[in-house]
Design a protein around this ligand. Structure first.
Ligand code: ATP
Ligand code: MG
Length: 569
């Protein structure tokens, strides 16, 4: 069987403006025909669906143009970075199906080279040590409408700068007392060009370099150098870096080193979702969710646990494409892509989430029949399986109504329905407890309808799922809804934050569920369709003695509905 989780089999045929640039560069031989991209996460959180867009773009372009893509940790900020994040990012990129081969890099491995280049700029008179405090630097910077003022330390001599910068590096000065700044133009229209900071003093341990450094490079200074060292051709980043590009270019030009091209695209936003790592961290730290991999989180680890397949996420990223305008994608589109994939790949099984006991009065006591059930109507090669049928069954409470309204075609007193893969049954009466709740149904079955059709041609209006009660396995099922009640979770009243829009019903736990005996030895994270209920995935909490399933997504496709409405307009 072909490896379905190999994205290289999904060559992107549609074009976007970045692929157009890359194709043109290949044609003109700008980079000698080379295409080399990178995905540069900062290891200060888990990857989310927005990162998936960037991963599929960078690795996807490399795959489309026979190029290479590096995985590079942009670990220049010691305070928030941790090995746990590094490990999770590696796992998630792999899971998405991408391969960086032997090109796993850490920006912190380049600290020595970056330092040497900074010394170069000092020697060229293009950088200086500044004693202004952070507040003063801000005051001196000016505004969009007003030019900034030169720092009083701007005209220090090269020798003095070299001496001070060396001593900064040697740890002679306290945090925040000095910075190294590029000498560009305090009146520049672009604020990023007003003598930006290259190094700050931070006596903090780093997850990889330990206590070796007490000065750390800023993002703008470091990023182009990382790209240059790795001989990246196209440095793809999100739109907020568009007005940092002149600085990216300035540093590389000032040093006269290999100079990649920075290209910006719009980041992914999704309805009912927050994507900033700061906010996701808050959800985790304040206990609003049960960890980074909570199935309600938009993190790749949460989505994996929820039951998302890498194929579905890649297909979503291909469909949304890339452009230059910020917009918000409807969550329904992501779920549509998920259903399309799960429909093709998931085995169907029967499960009853809210059980109602049925006794088939005319079925022989103690008899058990094994009936054939189709594993996946979308995939004949998936074959069939046997499901047991007997005198005592479970059906869904929702599939019975004592006094059915019009258009309720399922079971009710005197009404006949089909049990999927089994027989027609007819309800004789409902048994109630002392408070009037229906606790059990008595039904009869028609032996002539085995397999689902009546020889006399009579029809039923409804087919429902069921389980043989003595054979069913008990299970816990976790139903998920959107984590936020508002399309834009940041739309909060004055003085409140996005957490006020958390959905109190984002998780519903059902503990009295049953599933088919065929699920006895399920593997963690395997995915199923529970007939008529949705797609479900075995949760990592599941054990041999206690099965736990997550509802990945319901069967109802909101996106298909939206599209239908649009074409009808
Ligand atoms: P945050 O601002 O929440 O901390 P970030 O953008 O700083 O997130 P990084 O780890 O630096 O996170 O991101 C790694 C790469 O993923 C970057 O190239 C970044 O542009 C890209 N990326 C991050 N979020 C998104 C998004 N929502 N859509 C597309 N790309 C994204
Ligand atoms: Mg970042």
């Amino acid at each position: 069987m072909a490896d379905s989780n190999n994205p290289k089999n999904e060559k992107e045929t549609r074009r976007d403006f970045i692929r157009d640039i890359v194709a043109e560069d290949c044609k003109t031989g700008k980079w000698q025909g080379r295409v080399h991209t990178r995905f540069p996460p900062e290891p200060n959180g888990y990857l989310h669906i927005g990162h998936a867009k960037s991963i599929c773009l960078n690795f996807g372009i490399a795959a489309d143009f026979n190029g290479k893509c590096n995985l590079r940790f942009d670990d220049t900020n010691p305070e928030k970075e941790e090995q746990e994040y590094v490990d999770s990012i590696i796992e998630d990129v792999k899971w998405l199906g991408w391969d960086w081969e032997d090109r796993l890099y850490f920006a912190s491995d380049y600290f020595d080279q970056m330092y040497e280049w900074a010394v170069d700029l000092v020697k060229k008179g293009k950088a200086f040590v500044c004693d202004l405090t952070a507040d003063e630097v801000t005051q001196y910077r000016g505004t969009l409408t007003q030019p900034g003022k030169n720092s009083p330390y701007r005209d220090r001599g090269i020798e003095e700068n070299l001496d001070l910068f060396t001593r900064m590096k040697n740890g002679e000065f306290p945090d925040g007392s000095k910075t190294l700044r590029a000498k560009i133009d305090m009146a520049h229209a672009n604020l990023n060009m007003r003598d930006p900071i290259m190094y700050r003093i931070l006596h903090a341990g780093h997850h990889r370099t330990g206590d070796k450094w007490c000065i750390y490079p800023t993002y703008d200074w470091a990023h182009g150098l990382e790209d240059s060292i790795e001989q990246i051709t196209h440095s793809i980043c999100t739109l907020e870096f568009e007005n940092h590009r002149p600085l990216y270019d300035w540093y590389l030009d000032a040093l006269g080193i290999y100079h990649p091209r920075q290209i910006e695209f719009a980041r992914l936003n999704l309805t009912y979702t927050v994507m900033s790592k700061r906010k996701l961290l808050k959800l985790v730290q304040d206990g609003f969710v049960k960890g980074w991999n909570d199935p309600r989180m938009p993190t790749l680890s949460g989505m994996r646990r929820r039951g998302y397949s890498p194929e579905a996420i890649r297909s979503f990223c291909a469909i949304i494409g890339v452009n230059k305008f910020n917009s918000t994608i409807d969550m329904a589109l992501l779920e549509h892509c998920l259903r399309e994939d799960l429909n093709k790949t998931s085995h169907r099984v029967m499960a009853v989430l809210k059980p109602l006991k049925v006794v088939v009065d005319n079925y022989p006591q103690g008899q058990v029949e094994q009936l054939d059930a189709i594993n996946n109507p979308e995939d004949p090669s998936a074959g069939t399986r046997k499901v047991p049928f007997g005198r005592e069954l479970y059906i869904e409470q929702d599939d019975f109504m004592e006094n059915p309204p019009a258009k309720f075609y399922r079971l009710s007193p005197g009404r006949e329905v089909r049990l999927r893969y089994a027989y027609f049954i007819k309800c004789v009466n409902a048994v109630k407890d002392s408070s009037g709740n229906i606790v059990q149904l008595h039904c009869t079955y028609d032996p002539a309808t085995k397999g689902g059709d009546a020889p006399d041609g009579r029809k039923v209006k409804s087919t429902i799922h069921w389980l043989s009660a003595p054979n069913a396995l008990s299970a816990e099922v976790r139903l998920y809804n959107n984590l936020f009640t508002k399309e834009n979770p940041d739309d909060a009243p004055e003085g409140k934050d996005f957490t006020t829009n958390l959905n109190p019903k984002s998780l519903e736990v059902l503990t009295n569920c049953f599933v088919e005996p065929t699920l006895k030895d399920v593997k963690l994270l395997s995915r199923y369709q529970f007939e008529r209920l949705g797609y479900f995935c075995v949760d990592s909490d599941s054990t041999k003695d206690k099965l736990v399933f997550n509802r990945t997504v319901t069967l109802r496709d909101e996106w298909a509905k939206i599209q239908k409405q649009q074409t009808q307009r």
